[in-house]
Design a protein around this ligand. Structure first.
Ligand code: GTP
Ligand code: MG
Length: 202
C-alpha cells in the first residue's frame, strides 16, 4: 500500500468521543518509549505526524489519523504501565479497555514490543487480555537496528516460547526499525489485506 495522505483527526478521552466508526481501524499500542510515535511516522512517511497530537502533561487520549481517506490509525498511549498518577491510570485503563473491547470498526491492534527486551509480564498480560476478548492482534518488534540479526532471532524465540505457554498459535509478527524502515512494506501490505477481508468477508 502506498500512502497518499495521512491527516490528524482528533484526540478522544474515551470511546464515546471517537470519530464515527465508518472506516476500518487499526490501533497501535505499547509501553512508553517503545518507539510508537517513530513507527507511526515511519509507516505514514510523515516525519511529524504522531507529534501533532502530543499532549502536554499526562493527558491520555486516543488519537485518530485518517490514512488515504480509507482507514483510521488510532494511536493509544501505554496500556496499564504508563508513568501516570494511579487515579488517572485507572481512569485511562478503563477508557482504553472499553475502546479495545467495544470499538466496532477495530480490525486489529498492533502491540509494540522493544526487541531488545526479553518478554515482560505486562506485555504478556496485555496480549492475554486481547486474546481473551477476541481482539485480533499482531506483534510489532521495534528498534531492530539496535541489535544484531542473531540477537533478535534469540529474543524472538523467547517471546514465542513465552506466548506458546498460554496460546495455541502465534499471532502475526513484524520486526521493524524506524531508522531504516525495516518492516514498513510488510505492515502496510498486511493492513491493506486486512481492510480487504474486513470489507469483503466472503
Ligand atoms: P512516548 O510517546 O514518549 O511514550 O514514546 P514512543 O513510544 O512514542 O517512542 P518514540 O517514537 O518517541 O521513541 C522513543 C525513543 O526511541 C526516541 O529517542 C527515538 O528516537 C528512539 N527510537 C524509536 N524507534 C527507533 C528505532 O527503530 N531505532 C532506533 N535506533 N531508535 C528508535
Ligand atoms: Mg509517542
Amino acid at each position: 500500500m502506498l500512502i497518499h495522505s495521512a491527516v490528524f483527526v482528533k484526540s478522544s478521552p474515551s470511546l464515546k468521543d471517537c470519530p464515527s466508526p465508518s472506516l476500518p481501524e487499526f490501533a497501535f499500542i505499547g509501553r512508553s518509549n517503545v518507539g510508537k510515535s517513530s513507527l507511526i511516522n515511519m509507516l505514514t512517511g510523515h516525519s511529524k505526524l504522531a507529534k501533532i497530537s502530543a499532549q502536554p502533561g499526562k493527558t491520555r487520549t486516543i488519537n485518530h489519523f485518517i490514512i488515504n481517506d480509507k482507514w483510521y490509525l488510532a494511536d493509544l498511549p501505554g496500556y496499564g504501565y504508563a508513568k501516570v498518577p494511579v487515579a488517572l491510570r485507572d481512569k485511562w485503563v478503563k477508557s482504553a479497555t472499553k475502546y479495545l473491547t467495544d470499538r466496532e470498526n477495530l480490525v486489529l491492534v498492533f502491540v509494540l514490543i522493544d526487541i531488545r527486551h526479553k518478554p515482560q509480564k505486562s506485555d504478556l498480560d496485555f496480549l492475554d487480555f486481547l486474546g481473551m476478548n477476541q481482539v485480533p492482534l499482531a506483534r510489532v518488534f521495534t528498534k531492530s537496528d539496535k541489535i544484531s540479526a542473531s540477537a533478535s532471532e534469540q529474543v524472538l524465540r523467547l517471546h514465542d516460547a513465552a506466548m506458546l505457554e498460554r496460546w495455541e498459535s502465534l499471532p502475526p509478527s513484524f520486526v521493524t526499525s524506524s531508522v531504516n524502515a525495516a518492516g514498513r512494506d510488510l505492515i502496510l501490505d498486511y493492513i491493506e489485506e486486512s481492510i480487504n477481508k474486513f470489507s469483503n468477508p466472503h
